[in-house]
Design a protein around this ligand. Structure first.
Ligand SMILES: Cc1cc2nc3c(=O)[nH]c(=O)nc-3n(C[C@H](O)[C@H](O)[C@H](O)COP(=O)(O)OP(=O)(O)OC[C@H]3O[C@@H](n4cnc5c(N)ncnc54)[C@H](O)[C@@H]3O)c2cc1C
Length: 387
């Protein structure tokens, strides 16, 4: 039986993919060029819901919905097995966007999500420090959870190390794929030679397209930077995640409050700017005026793996057998991660009934997104049937 898998990239998506493969009896080597969980998966807010879920295409909603249903048990087991708490907290999401009320209700009915509309007094009752001038009725989603990204990555790393079928290799950079005929046979590292495998799964986040440059199918993944701030606030200043005009604040258990985020296309540089710091500070103080008393402890940027409509690429490469993608989760990589890992394994193992319809995610369904066949890369590669 073919069962040697090479997972490239140790963000949340790669780590969960490795675990899901190994839990299904496959042997896995996870290769990460630095340390696992340090890129987008470290930088994110860990909100376990798309920000305005009704504004996303069904493909994002379906995967988020599946993950949301399975996260509570998953986190409980992870915490128990690793003795490390990723701080999964179901403290809800309050959205101050009355114009979205009708669409929100339709979405809630479709996905059986608990949703309440709160008037100004009710909003203040559950979140007393919130700015009284914010528009109501607010949309209250009490079941939405959050996780603390660095803690989740740490717990996942422990789980990887302890799994008998997983070999974790950090500080190994993958330079190229090794392809013979129409089949993947391994990956070439910049320093340690070739690693052979029956399956290679690309989970390299914003860097994924670079690795696929020679394969005649370039997923449209590009880095989209996001800056965030962390206030050193105190417990009980804020109890739930609040979202206003695309800006959100997230209370952590120790009282710290995250404020996010920007959306910038600045290539692969993780630049932090004074302009973003000002904008995020102003937006956060607009939500909770008392926040101005607290100092900003940290300011950082991460690179989201941007993709068309935020739909990740999950499934086998159109032209290279054994080469799979699980990447391009854009703004919702944490909330979609669990479902993505499971769907990827369903497809790799050719299961008759994958958890959801895989069509919208599969590279084979997304050929119209590919490169220009007249480009020099295409002409040089000659792998796809059109050339
Ligand atoms: C500011 C911000 C806020 C966010 N908030 C949320 C949120 O609240 N909820 C949510 O669901 N999502 C959120 N996201 C998005 C989410 O963080 C990402 O979608 C998710 O982390 C992507 O995970 P990943 O594993 O695909 O990528 P990454 O975490 O970026 O991991 C990719 C890994 O691949 C490695 N790699 C790349 N190239 C190579 C190579 N050649 N060889 C070896 N290794 C390689 C990298 O070093 C990296 O570790 C946010 C993102 C940002 C930036």
């Amino acid at each position: 039986m073919k069962n040697e898998c090479l997972v490239v990239g140790g963000g949340i998506v790669g780590m969960l993919t490795a675990l899901e493969l190994a839990n299904n009896g496959l042997r896995v080597t996870l290769v990460e060029r630095e340390s696992v969980g340090q890129e987008s998966s470290w930088a994110g807010g860990g909100i376990l819901s798309p920000l305005y879920p009704w504004r996303y295409p069904p493909a994002v909603r379906e995967l988020a919905n599946w993950s949301q249903q399975h996260f509570p048990l998953f986190f409980e087991k992870l915490h128990l097995a690793t003795e490390f708490d990723p701080e999964f907290t179901r403290n809800g999401l309050l959205i101050m966007e009355p114009n979205d009320a009708e669409r929100a209700q339709t979405w809630a009915n479709q996905y059986q999500q608990e949703l309440h509309f709160l008037n100004a007094a009710q909003t203040l009752e559950i979140e007393p420090k919130i700015n009284k001038l914010l528009p109501t009725p607010s949309i209250w989603l009490p079941q939405v959870g959050q996780v603390r990204n660095p803690r989740l990555s740490k717990a996942l790393k422990i789980a990887l190390i302890e799994h008998p079928l997983i070999h974790l290799r950090e500080k190994v950079n993958i330079a190229h794929l090794q392809i013979q005929g129409d089949r993947i046979t391994g990956i070439k590292t910049t320093s340690n030679g070739i690693l052979s495998g029956d399956f290679v799964i690309i989970c390299a986040g914003a860097w994924s397209a670079r690795l696929l440059q020679d394969t005649c199918f370039l997923p449209k993944i590009k880095p989209v930077a996001g800056q965030m701030l962390m206030f050193k606030a105190i417990p009980n200043l804020l109890s739930r995640i609040v979202l206003v005009n695309g800006h959100y604040i997230i209370p952590r258990r120790d009282g710290r409050i995250l404020a996010g985020s920007t959306m910038e296309e600045t290539g692969f540089d993780k630049i932090i700017t004074e302009e973003a710091r000002q904008a995020l500070t102003t937006a956060a103080i607009n939500i909770i005026p008392e926040l101005k008393q607290y100092q900003i402890e940290e300011h950082w940027a991460g690179l989201r793996p941007g993709s068309p409509s935020g739909i990740p690429y999950i499934g086998e490469h159109p032209f290279v057998k054994g080469l799979f993608l699980n990447t391009g989760h854009f703004r919702n990589g944490v909330v979609m991660s669990l479902g993505s890992a499971r769907l990827l394994v369903d497809l790799l193992l050719e299961r008759d009934e994958p958890i959801i319809d895989p069509t919208p995610y599969m590279p084979t369904s997304r050929m119209n997104e590919k490169f220009d066949p007249k480009s020099p890369e295409c002409q040089a590669c000659k792998m796809c049937p059109e050339i």
